[in-house]
Design a protein around this ligand. Sequence first.
Ligand code: ADP
Ligand code: MG
Length: 305
Amino acid sequence: MNSSTSAPLVDIRDLTVTFTRGARPVNAVNGVDLRIERGEVVALIGESGSGKSVTLRSLMRLHPPQATRIGGHMMVDGTDVMALDRQALADYRGARVAMIFQEPLTALDPVYTLGDQIVEAIRRHESISSADARKRALELFERVRIPSPERRLAAYPHEMSGGMRQRAMIALALACRPKLLLADEPTTALDATVQIQVLLLLRELQRELGLAVIFVTHDLGAAVEVADRIAVMYGGRIVEEGSTRDVIRAPAHPYTLALLRSRAGRPAVPLPIAAHTRWISVAPRNLNARSWPPATPPAASAPAI
Ligand SMILES: Nc1ncnc2c1ncn2[C@@H]1O[C@H](COP(=O)(O)OP(=O)(O)O)[C@@H](O)[C@H]1O
Ligand SMILES: [Mg+2]
């Protein structure tokens, strides 16, 4: 077997991220190990400030080098992420790894139409005519089910609703056919019904395109719905990891347990295919709470759905 196909798509070892700009250094990530197979969906959950976004941004090399110290190794699709030079990094971003955010306006440029932004993204990575790139942009808008896609391609980001903007950002992220999609709370800011539609869309696209996804969420319901595996972050580390089923049935870390408890009495995520999401009456097993740092109940930061 060829080693590039047997190796995981993502292999993060002992990642540490320290921000050095302030009066005191901030250790945001303290030794993260995470492997993700091709086509696999991993939900990264954990309380606010536990290092989820910093981990994802590291995979995109988005932290400014003058203000950040990064240790450990990150291999993505056989590439050493920290070793990429400027040109290789520009090729890598978008074409191999793309990211979507809670707030699409951070990813979209307000002064260009959505169509122009997608065309520009495609042409930055591929030698393809403007007409062909525009054709692909239209296909992408159809694929993310934006109604009247042709007209919407000519719109500016502020002319769209939150849900449509989120779809446009997904289209932009997928424009260069990445193998890995980093989704940082992509549905948190949306209304409940729109949230569900966007989640379903993401899952459908993931399956159709065979994408690997790291999906950061506060919402265990969403995690159960989309993820093959769940990794729980706490204090800059992954403190629990396992198949979605195992983590939900037998959470080992107090934070995971608190998350589960905070959902008790609330319905499981109201998706039609969520018949297996029965986590309300989980009985924890192997729980050795004393060896863990105290967990803050997530209720305050977890968005209600
Ligand atoms: N650019 C930065 N400079 C200094 N500290 C930061 C920076 N970005 C994030 N942090 C800190 O790193 C920690 C992890 O942040 P983050 O990954 O954003 O958390 P979350 O799990 O909520 O996504 C937090 O304590 C945050 O305040
Ligand atoms: Mg975050």
